[in-house]
Design a protein around this ligand. Sequence first.
Ligand code: E4P
Length: 222
Amino acid sequence: MKFFIDTANIEDIKKAYKVGVLSGVTTNPSLVAKEGVKFEDRIEEILKIVPEVESVSAEVTPDAETAEEMIAQAEELIKINGGDKNITIKLPMTIPGLEATRYLSKKGVKTNVTLIFTVNQSLLAARAGATYVSPFLGRLDDISEDGVHLVSKIAELFRVQNIDSQIIAASVRHPDHVTRVALAGAHIATIPYAVIEQLVKHPLTEQGIEKFAADWKNAVKS
Ligand code: E4P
């Protein structure tokens, strides 16, 4: 399973990229709005600082309601940073979103169908040609459903049906989500920087580092 970072925050993206485990970036209208910057400018900035990833998802804005409006936005987005091959157009799981996914995937543009909450939605997105499908596990957990179970059913479906769309486990809230979606067969987990830090840390690792340092200091003294 690969890691994407789920943010539009430049500092967090830079930190995660430097660690060397990053394969992509996902953004959404809420994440961009939180940054208080112009959408296209932020996507361009992101594309420039992560040249070696496979995908940077830019979501069509909520005012694009028809497939034509979504496609028109996508056609502007794919020109950013000189037609960067990493740009991935993120589209909502709606009828117009599927129509736009089909159109763009036929043109060779990478797509990510977002806001997936059922196995059937993932099948539709895959058949529309989505490069990526994004089930939101945390939001399912929030309503007392099992988000990881959804990811595992989608992984099973894609295996059985020989589908090559990649599953991005999204709305990941904590390290246990990461372990469980990796075991469930997600290709990618998109996670906030705070979760990357949590994945690194363990109290015994910290204690071990402190003990090595103390023993080393004592040995150097004697
Ligand atoms: C995924 O692409 C979304 O941006 C994201 O994971 C949503 O997560 P949230 O439910 O924490 O907002």
